[in-house]
Design a protein around this ligand. Structure first.
Ligand code: IMP
Ligand code: MG
Length: 178
């Protein structure tokens, strides 16, 4: 697995510090409220778990399964949402939590789905952003890091379902995915 890594982009320490800062900002912004935190599986699972443990608010936790990649490194542009919403979001302060914002296709599709259900508010929190790759305009309200336009793995992010367990975020050697 390590032989497939090109470069460590964000270290465990850097990620830990930044995730804590994001949680602190959410704690301030939602003071006195009970937000509904929705994680987009599967890529968010480690980020989500670390983030919520620094969130000091009464909150509800839910997940949505979405994927647009299948077993390739290029978005198909066709987002598969694995579940219909099986929980109530009307009137709730929703924070959508995602690993990475790339073309914007996944988050714009989910945002549309959620807004149809009339939440009180909706914000987006992502760990990584590749702004140069955007096809649909979507901005994160909470952003961990802007990352280079390379394929990132680790800390929950996968390539073909591998590498999610790396404790840092790294770029892959192009020969691994080309
Ligand atoms: P978008 O719909 O193109 O914005 O892509 C968002 C989804 O694609 C994320 O939920 C990720 O699962 C996946 N993705 C995009 N870029 C990367 C990457 O560099 N590494 C791993 N997954 C990625
Ligand atoms: Mg994902």
């Amino acid at each position: 697995m390590i032989n497939d890594i090109k470069e460590i982009i964000f270290s465990e320490e850097q990620i830990k510090r930044r995730v804590k800062e994001l949680a602190e900002q959410i704690n301030l912004d939602y003071a006195g409220k009970s937000p509904l935190l929705i994680g987009i599986l599967k890529g968010c699972f480690i980020f989500f778990a670390d983030l919520v443990r620094s969130i000091d608010l009464k909150c509800e936790i839910r997940f949505i399964l979405a994927s647009s990649y299948g077993f390739s490194s290029i978005s198909t542009g066709n987002v598969k949402v694995g579940t219909e919403l099986d929980f109530e979001i009307a009137g709730r302060d929703v924070i959508l939590i995602e690993d990475i914002l790339d073309s914007g296709i996944t988050l714009s599709a989910l945002r549309k789905l959620l807004l149809r259900n009339e939440p009180e508010s909706l914000r987006i929190c992502v760990l990584l952003d590749k702004p140069d790759r955007r096809q649909i305009p979507v901005d994160a309200d909470y952003l961990g890091f802007v990352c280079p336009d390379e394929f990132m793995v680790g800390y929950g992010l996968d390539y073909a379902e591998g590498y999610r367990n790396l404790p840092y975020i790294a770029s892959l050697k192009p020969e691994v995915y080309s």
